[in-house]
Design a protein around this ligand. Structure first.
Ligand code: ASP
Length: 304
């Protein structure tokens, strides 16, 4: 890996609260703004990029508006299976997939990075690990999400005997997205990226999206950091986060994101990206109707 000269950088953070169709714009705005400011406060206090992205993402995991942590979308079987990942620009990373009954999957992902020699733990194994690390049982389902699921299933069936509900449900999955993520650079120039999601709504039990797949939904290296949101299956096929990092080797974060979004659009992948390059420039873009995001750079806050 190339050695980088570290000079004092202006702390910068960019967060995203999902791309797609956002029904509750006000609470999205409040959520991403609060997360960006909280992460930035960590950086201003001399905290690391890692602490900043974890703080921002954990905060959004606790806000039911977002599809992650408490308020995650339910699967077709009525389960909440969450995915999360964190990565540093020195390639350290940790992730969990299809984890149930914890409050903050991103904190478990951090433990995977710091306490194991693995990258990704899934399902029951991830949960057992979380309990060993002291994470208490928590039911992330909200009444609103339960009602939404029941309503959609009723709508899909509408009086019919339906054998393959999951096939019908696939038509509804892409409609409303809402993952969260953050990318930050601290005063030492170190970059971290983190992403967390409840997955696509009405996904099949056991489905894993792009979020915890290193290089797909989350990535960081010497070129910068990226967090993705959108149609996970398509994002995985394009290895979109790692590809954006490659683009950043020779371009600013914004130019790299623009190029990645153009590629995604050509390939029929509905998505959004937030990124930070090694110079501390932010980049964001999406080809969905809207993406909720906020960033603080040079002391200025920008909210979508
Ligand atoms: N990318 C997430 C997934 O496919 C969903 C989202 O971003 O809303 O699991």
């Amino acid at each position: 890996m190339t050695k980088r000269k570290r000079t004092t950088k202006s702390p910068t953070i960019i967060v995203q609260g999902g791309a797609g169709r956002i029904t509750d714009k006000q609470s999205h705005r409040r959520g991403v703004q609060g997360a960006a400011l909280a992460g930035h406060e960590v950086l201003r206090g001399g905290g690391s990029a890692l602490d900043a992205v974890i703080r921002a993402v954990a905060l959004m995991e606790d806000i039911p508006t977002f599809n992650c942590g408490t308020g995650s979308a339910l699967s077709i079987g009525g389960r909440i299976e969450m995915d999360a990942a964190v990565m540093l620009d020195d390639l350290s990373c940790g992730a969990v997939a299809a984890i149930e009954r914890v409050r903050n999957p991103i904190l478990v992902a951090r433990k995977v990075m710091e306490e194991t020699d693995h990258v990704l733990l899934v399902g029951r194994g991830a949960l057992r690990f979380a309990r060993r690390m002291g994470f208490k049982p928590h039911d992330p389902a909200t009444e609103k999400r339960r009602r939404q699921r029941e309503q959609i299933i009723r709508q899909l069936k509408s009086g019919r005997e339906v054998k393959y509900l999951d096939r019908l449900a696939s038509q509804m999955r892409g409609e409303k997205l809402g993952t969260v993520g953050a990318v930050a650079m601290d005063a030492t120039g170190r970059i971290a990226a983190a992403t967390s999601t409840g997955g696509m709504r009405l996904h099949q039990d056991g489905r894993v999206g792009d979020t915890p797949i290193i290089g797909a939904g989350t990535y960081a290296d010497e070129n910068g950091g990226i967090s993705a949101t959108g149609h996970g299956e398509q994002i995985m096929k394009l290895v979109l986060a790692a590809r954006t990092a490659c683009f950043m080797a020779k371009a600013t974060a914004q130019k790299a994101v623009d190029r990645a979004i153009r590629l995604a659009t050509r390939k029929g992948c509905e998505c959004g990206l937030v990124a930070l390059d090694r110079r501390g420039n932010v980049g964001f873009g999406f080809n969905s109707k809207v993406m909720s995001y906020a960033y603080v750079t040079g002391g200025n806050l920008v909210v979508f």
